[in-house]
Design a protein around this ligand. Structure first.
Ligand code: ADP
Length: 229
């Protein structure tokens, strides 16, 4: 089967204060559809940058990122946003909900962008799926961290993404809440075949995926198809 993601000779150089900082240096890997992958490595090694490039949130300085057969570097900002809307779910360590919108409205946003039908009832169903139907009218500040992350999951699921990227999805949550979030994420893989790419410091979580890619100093240090789960 064709890979859902192909990363070829990808480098990222940030420009700051007139100087170039090479954060990713000639990265190569591919990800098979419906697989589960952890990206680990020390702080500052380039994991978040790499995830952003894979998801089309940012553009590589050189090399190619191919998502579902689409070469992202050839696309305009708007075209990349359209590809993200169609294929990609993304969840962040800090949830990144819109503070002026209720839980329900936050989940409705991507549905509106896609011109989906019955937006409100679809968003309610998604909230129900993550166990938050009774929090639909709450604003992010009125929700606990775990609840906010569940809203953010409902939002990420809303376009039934082919691939879900999660950047330290449990980094700010207690152990019990983390486990709930992780189960919801893995359910998506099991039930819908969604490919999972999870950046994490948590080696136990990494061991539950089928493959661990370790990044060090902007390069791939190891890439192992092992699972202890
Ligand atoms: P990790 O997720 O592994 O902690 P990051 O990808 O966040 O690593 O960061 C890698 C390096 O790139 C760090 O040195 C960080 O300071 C730098 N960096 C990240 N984003 C930017 C940016 N927008 N501009 C300049 N430097 C950045």
């Amino acid at each position: 089967m064709e890979n859902i993601l192909n990363i070829r000779n990808v480098s990222k150089i940030y420009q700051s204060a007139g100087q170039g900082l090479t954060v990713l240096d000639n990265i190569n890997f591919s990800i098979a559809p419906a697989s589960t992958v952890a990206i680990t490595g020390p702080s500052g090694s380039g994991k978040t940058t790499l995830l952003g490039l894979c998801a089309g949130l940012d553009r590589a300085s050189s090399g190619t990122v191919e998502l579902n057969g689409i070469a992202l570097e050839k696309l305009s900002e708007d075209e990349r946003a359209a590809v993200r809307n169609q294929y990609v779910g993304f969840i962040f360590q800090n949830f990144q909900l819109l503070p002026t919108l209720t839980a329900l409205e936050n989940v409705m946003v991507p549905l509106e962008l896609r011109g989906a039908k019955n937006i409100k009832s679809v968003a309610m169903e998604l909230l129900d799926k993550v166990g938050l139907a009774d929090r639909a009218q709450h604003y992010p500040v009125q929700l606990s961290g775990g609840e906010q992350q569940r809203v953010s999951l409902a939002r990420a699921f809303s376009n039934q993404p082919a691939i879900l990227f999660a950047d330290e999805p449990t980094g700010n949550l207690d152990a019990e809440t983390s486990e709930k979030i992780i189960r919801l994420i893995f359910d998506l893989n099991r039930d819908a075949g969604t490919t999972l790419v999870i950046v994490t410091h948590d080696l136990e979580l990494a061991a539950r995926t089928g493959r661990t890619i370790k990044i060090k100093g902007g390069a791939i240090f190891s890439d192992e198809n092992v699972s202890y789960a």
